[in-house]
Design a protein around this ligand. Sequence first.
Ligand SMILES: Nc1ncnc2c1ncn2[C@@H]1O[C@H](COP(=O)(O)OP(=O)(O)OP(=O)(O)O)[C@@H](O)[C@H]1O
Length: 473
Amino acid sequence: MASQLLFLPHVALLPKFSPFYPSLFARQKLTLFHSTTRAIKSSSNSRITINLQAVADACSEIESNGVTETTDLTLRNICEGFVPEHIIHRMEEIGFVFPTNIQREALPTLFTGRDCILHAQTGSGKTLTYLLLIFSLINPQRSSVQAVIVVPTRELGMQVTKVARMLAAKSTDIEVKGCTVMALLDGGMLRRHKSWLKAEPPAIVVATVASLCHMLEKHILRLDSVRVLVVDEVDFLFYSSKQVGSVRKLLTTFSSCDKRQTVFASASIPQHKHFVHDCIQQKWTKRDVVHIHVSAIMPMPLCLLHRFVVCGKKNKHQILLALLKSDAPESAIIFAGEQSEKSKKAGNDPSTTLLIEFLKASYDGLLEILLLEEDMNFNSRAASLTEIRQGGGFLLVSTDIAARGIDLPETTHIFNFDLPQTATDYLHRAGRAGRKPFSDRKCIVTNLITSEERFVLQKFENELMFSCEELIL
Ligand SMILES: Nc1ncnc2c1ncn2[C@@H]1O[C@H](COP(=O)(O)OP(=O)(O)OP(=O)(O)O)[C@@H](O)[C@H]1O
């Protein structure tokens, strides 16, 4: 570990216009971080180089200096008295024993009933955080919808539903009424859901915005009894021109912030001060909403190593193939850009199709080659993810549809075959790897870029405060 080098820009060198520019408190922590690190070497390219072991040491020092404490506190210690015993028992059976930083920092505040914005790195366990709050509040004896979780995609909805159902499943030795969880997602059987909602409303609904609003507009579902409303990947929903109107309506017209506890979650909340201000002004949350920002000085998980390879458009496929051979990932996601309207009109094949065809013809490794993209029908999309979750290694070729929230912990490598559009997209794509909270395994993010794209990658590095090393093949 100590031999790995990591580059972290000095606070004075961070671009102030960056949406990820840290708050004053975080800047003070970053300054403290720099001053406590002895492994600083001067560098000519406006960056300082820090030994990774020193980073880890300095972090725990900062953490014990008021950010988080490293104690033997368990999730049970935090949840007892709030979350029913059978849920705590299930949680431990599944293997969730010690809290991650966001769980340790957020749960005590959530249990006081305050609205919260959970802002923490990818793979840091935000899902379990808000689910534990939900289980602390709902009463399975009551036949009404008591918690709603809004997600941007069907895939993320299925995943959250699965975790909620796993926690709610009755333990064999404990007799309790089970709590029902409905997945109300785009592409689902809405007619069946209508009958279910009328006959016996589930306690928890996990929904995509369009399906949820459809049910609300048709008065098939009401939010009167909802005690918690969670919006996961909140920045994505607010920045999506298709969904933002419905999300606002959901937060203010279909229900009122005074009558519910509101929780927003994401690894990226650009302009977060502005967002908190909007939350209060627009009555999306109560006035005393708490912004819980974990790892404010480092939005990117430390377990990710970033590198780039400069290549021409013509040899990109071959370089990818060479990297797959030399890196031998356990499982990998290859991100390709979405096809432009212009390219569609010209009758070109999308980048994803070309990649899949190339890999099927040339890759002779053991990993299964799979595709996930918006243009596939919902059944094929589900089939790809089911295949992945059945085990065995995979090479998933995908657009940004797989970049948000999808949890495939066996992913060790990310390849940006095409660079993402924004630093936020980079953060979420990269964050599909390195998703085992207590593992010190390093995962690799590789960017295949042309020499002209180097400055775009540099911009992402500055905004997200990480550094990419060049790999010369
Ligand atoms: N306390 C815990 N102990 C062990 N593993 C945990 C714990 N909490 C969560 N995990 C695991 O960590 C992984 C990431 O969790 P989760 O999907 O909630 O991350 P996230 O913060 O929502 O990430 P993203 O921002 O990318 O959506 C999951 O595989 C989950 O099972």
